[in-house]
Design a protein. Structure first.
Length: 324
């Protein structure tokens, strides 16, 4: 449904994005994740035919964004970073206006407005001036205009930015609800948001794609080592030596023990793809010590994100922050 092939955009001499290639299938919800200035908005503006790429190809529903920009826009609902709302219009009039400039018939506009008002739960604000709405509700008006002309593709640029936590939850639910019928691209730099809304994530950093995968796969793919935490009641030196001797263990480190506890916590790195928990447990028991806890540690999305967006000359910068 959306296809980018080697898309590059220069602003003057500055490459905002370089050689971006990915595709989004029909009905898929893809998260576009990256720090400030990564190139998310630039990529979205190209997809929505607002700015042309310097080089490379981008098509939406089979239409080229440069040669068929009007067809592209007909298929797309776009929520830009800053929504150009006309604050001296009522919600209803604003939506009617947006429908008109998109070439919708009066009849279709009349039929669609109540539908989008309901979808975006704006019933109470039907006749309110946009200027009187809170940020979260303005954002919903932005989403309402996005889906008014029943586009099959939605491009939402940081739809939850600046919204309070309660409205963020509602807005995310709204977006997730839209996901079923639409092909969706949502940009954000809020990591948990991606796994909540999207099936796949494209991580972009300094204008380049650094990873494309399902949120849950990123964790496994990136993990160079498996980490296990183990709490053992027993003499530190012997326990550490024994754990180190288990085949497949690469490193053992003692972590700070919670105050008032009589056991030690160790962090163990093992070779990738191995689950050494049974062997570790057996070694502790064999030593005659108490095994209090044994846990495999996943990598959080935050860690993945940091790892991916940390430059190569600082490898493994995400090595877990050890408490000292
Ligand atoms: N119109 C422009 N003229 C010059 N440089 C631009 C322009 N638009 C974007 N840039 C630059 O391109 C880079 C990518 O910007 P972009 O807005 O795409 O980032 P972003 O990922 O959306 O960031 P944010 O999370 O802050 O919204 C930035 O370095 C930005 O300064
Ligand atoms: Mg942006």
């Amino acid at each position: 449904m959306i296809e980018l092939d080697g898309v590059t955009k220069f602003f003057g001499n500055y490459p905002a994005i370089t050689d971006i290639t990915f595709r989004v299938e029909k009905g898929e919800a893809v998260g576009f994740l990256g720090p400030n200035g990564a190139g998310k908005s630039t990529t979205m503006k190209i997809i929505t035919a607002f700015i042309p790429p310097t080089s490379g190809n981008c098509t939406v529903a089979g239409y080229n964004v440069v040669t068929h920009s009007l067809d592209v826009r007909r298929h797309i609902g776009y929520l830009p970073e800053t929504v150009p709302l006309y604050t001296d219009m009522s919600v209803k009039d604003y939506l009617a206006f947006m429908g008109k400039i998109r070439g919708m018939s009066q009849q279709r506009i009349r039929a669609r407005i109540p539908e989008v008002i309901e979808t975006c739960r704006l019933q109470e604000y039907y006749n309110s001036y946009v200027s009187k709405l809170s940020k979260g509700f303005r954002q919903r008006v932005g989403i309402a205009q996005c889906i008014l002309h029943e586009p099959d593709v939605l491009v939402l640029d940081e739809p939850t930015i600046g919204i309070d936590p309660i409205q963020v939850v509602e807005t995310r639910n709204l977006i997730r609800g839209l996901g079923g019928d639409h092909t969706l691209i949502v940009s954000t730099h809020i990591l948990p948001e991606v796994s909540m809304i999207c099936e796949r994530v494209v991580i972009i950093h300094e204008g380049q794609i650094v990873a494309v995968d399902k949120p849950e796969n990123l964790a496994t793919r990136l993990r160079g080592v498996e980490r296990v935490e183990i709490d053992v009641r027993g003499p530190t030196k012997e326990v550490m030596a024994t754990l180190k001797d288990v085949e497949g263990v690469q490193a053992v480190e003692r972590k700070r023990t919670p105050a008032g506890e009589d056991f030690n916590t160790y962090e163990i790195e093992t070779v990738r793809g191995s689950d050494l928990r049974p062997q570790l447990a057996a070694a502790v028991v064999k030593g005659g010590w108490n095994l209090v806890r044994l846990q495999s540690m996943g990598m959080s999305l935050e860690e993945i994100f940091l790892r991916l967006t940390t430059t190569e000359d600082q490898p493994a910068a995400v090595a877990p922050a050890t408490t000292t």
